[in-house]
Design a protein around this ligand. Structure first.
Ligand code: PHE
Length: 357
């Protein structure tokens, strides 16, 4: 190789070795391979050489270009790796240190209630299931044995969305019960699920919000009875409210998707608002044995499998538990309210010992 090529190679290698950061590296790259770079200039000069010279020197220049390109790329890779090592060293955190109370973010009471429900039902073998807020008419109503003339289907309560041509319009789900149907259609029984999430009804006043939250529960197994439902919900309510002797009453009711259906009341004192005593009853949730038609609609043989299901309002039980008098501030993002009712994120979700054990 001629001297000028050898010295360009040496010079570039030395410069690359000395480049300790990307900017210096890039200056070298441009200075050698760039439009006005040294190697580019040598390649351009080839044009003026004689044919034999051109062949020999051209081959040497091409080799040099390949070598220098490789050396430059290699240096780039080692600079990147060194930068990453430096960053990892600089950003090292000791995960064994105890956390500092942040004084910042708090858990919203609705999220907190959902966490507690997941913990309590989780200990009873329930898994979390989900469904979308925008639901088909079939899953929100028909699959659940809610006939076409049922009042809850009227515009008044349901938010309908624009329909695709010829199809029935999708809805904002009016309850979490369509997740029951989704679970039955996709899971193999036996299973137990809860489904917390948003629900929507066209209703707005001091005690109703057009968007609110429910939690759905569904257990499917062979030989499930009303006794299982009653035991499960009594245990849940006593654990959730932290009152082991909370009176729980099951009252016959009607839902199209359960038979028999029951509303569940807890004991409280109407005058003082105190839970657990006082001889008054407060309705807290709807429940029942899954209607055989609903099982069949969702591809489950009602002669082989039984289910119990329940649904309750998350805001409602949260208000009762925490003594929150008004529904509206739940959605107003008022920092004073959030600081008052929010939860320390480091507090474990299961406050009550022995829950579900
Ligand atoms: N979906 C009912 C409601 O929104 C509650 C419910 C769920 C009742 C499951 C029975 C079984 O009021």
């Amino acid at each position: 190789m001629s001297d000028d090529l050898t010295s360009l190679r040496r010079e570039t290698d030395a410069a690359l070795a000395a480049a300790s950061e990307l900017r210096a590296w890039d200056a070298i790259r441009v200075g050698v391979l760039g439009k006005n770079g040294k190697l580019t200039a040598l390649l351009k000069q080839l044009g003026t050489a004689s044919p034999e010279e051109r062949r020999e020197r051209g081959a040497a220049l091409n080799r040099l270009r390949d070598d220098l390109t490789a050396a430059i790329e290699q240096r780039r890779a080692s600079l990147d790796a060194a930068a990453m090592d430096a960053r990892l060293a600089a950003e090292r955190i000791d995960v064994t240190l105890p956390p500092r109370p942040s004084g910042g973010g708090l858990i919203h009471p609705i999220s907190r209630t959902m966490d507690e429900m997941a913990a309590i039902f989780g200990a009873m073998g329930f898994e979390i299931a989900e469904g979308p807020d925008i639901e088909s008419d079939w899953l929100n109503f028909s699959a659940l044995n809610i006939p076409a003339h049922h009042p809850s289907r009227q515009e008044l309560d349901t938010f309908y969305l624009p329909a695709a041509s010829g199809a029935s319009p999708p809805v904002l789900r009016t309850h979490t019960s369509p997740v029951q149907a989704r679970a039955m259609l996709t899971r193999e029984p036996p299973f137990r699920i809860i489904a917390p999430g948003r629900t929507y009804r066209s209703d707005h006043d001091a005690t109703h919000s057009p968007m609110f939250h429910q939690v759905e529960g569904l257990a499917l197994a062979r030989n499930l009875t009303l006794g299982h439902l009653k035991g499960c919900l009594s245990d849940f309510l006593r654990a959730f409210f932290g009152l082991p002797s909370l009176p729980v009453r099951f009252r016959s009711s009607y839902f199209p998707f359960t038979e028999p259906s029951m509303e569940v009341d807890i004991g409280w004192n109407r005058r003082t608002g105190e839970l657990g005593g006082g001889g008054d009853w407060l309705e807290i949730l709807g429940s029942g044995m899954v209607h055989p038609k609903v099982l069949a609609n969702c591809g489950i043989d009602p002669r082989a499998w039984q289910g119990f299901a329940f649904g309750m309002g998350i805001e409602r039980v949260t208000m009762l538990k925490l003594g929150i008098p008004d529904l509206r501030p739940f959605y107003e993002s008022d920092l004073r309210w959030l600081r008052h009712y929010g939860f320390n994120p480091l507090l474990p979700a299961m406050l009550h010992e022995g829950v579900g054990a």
